[in-house]
Design a protein around this ligand. Structure first.
Ligand SMILES: [Zn+2]
Ligand SMILES: [Zn+2]
Length: 137
C-alpha cells in the first residue's frame, strides 16, 4: 500500500491498494482551471481500491464530453484530491501532486494536448493525444 496521500492541511487523506489502471497528464482546459497549472497529472484506481479518510466535498460539473463528472476537494484547505465521472466509469482519479511520493507516477500518455499552452513542454517519449486516448490504448 504505497500509494498514499493527503491534502495541503491534512484533513483528508487516502490510501490506494494495488496498482493504478491509468496514469495520464491531462492538458484539458477543465484540468487547467481546476489545478491552476498547465496540466494535471492524474492516476486512476478502481473505486473500491481507494480508502478515503476525512470529509470530501464533491463539486458536480459537466465534462467536455457532456458527461457528468465530480471533483473531490478538501473543504478546509481547498486542495483538490479526487475526480470521478462517467467518462472514467468505476475509477477514482487521484491527483498525483497529493501523493506522499509523487515520484511514483509513470505517465502512460499526455492527453488533450490540443489545449496545451505553448510553454507547456512535454516529454517526447510519452505518447501524446490531442483528445481522449484511443479506446484500445
Ligand atoms: Zn485540507
Ligand atoms: Zn483534463
Amino acid at each position: 500500500m504505497h500509494y498514499t496521500g493527503a491534502c495541503l492541511c491534512g484533513a483528508v487523506s487516502y490510501a490506494a491498494t494495488g496498482e493504478p489502471t491509468m496514469q495520464y497528464n491531462c492538458h484539458c482546459r477543465d484540468c487547467q482551471r481546476m489545478s491552476g497549472a498547465g496540466y494535471l497529472p492524474i492516476m486512476g484506481f478502481p473505486q473500491a481500491a481507494v480508502a478515503i479518510t476525512g470529509d470530501v466535498h464533491w463539486y458536480l460539473r459537466t465534462a467536455d464530453s457532456g458527461r457528468p463528472a465530480s471533483e473531490g476537494f478538501c473543504p478546509t484547505c481547498g486542495a483538490r484530491l479526487f475526480g470521478q465521472g462517467e467518462g472514467v466509469p468505476g475509477l477514482m482519479l487521484v491527483m498525483v501532486g497529493t501523493l506522499d511520493d509523487p515520484a511514483l507516477f509513470r505517465p502512460d500518455a499526455n492527453i488533450y494536448t490540443r489545449s496545451a499552452p505553448v510553454w507547456d513542454a512535454m516529454d517526447g517519449a510519452v505518447p501524446a493525444y490531442e483528445g481522449d486516448p484511443p479506446a484500445d490504448f
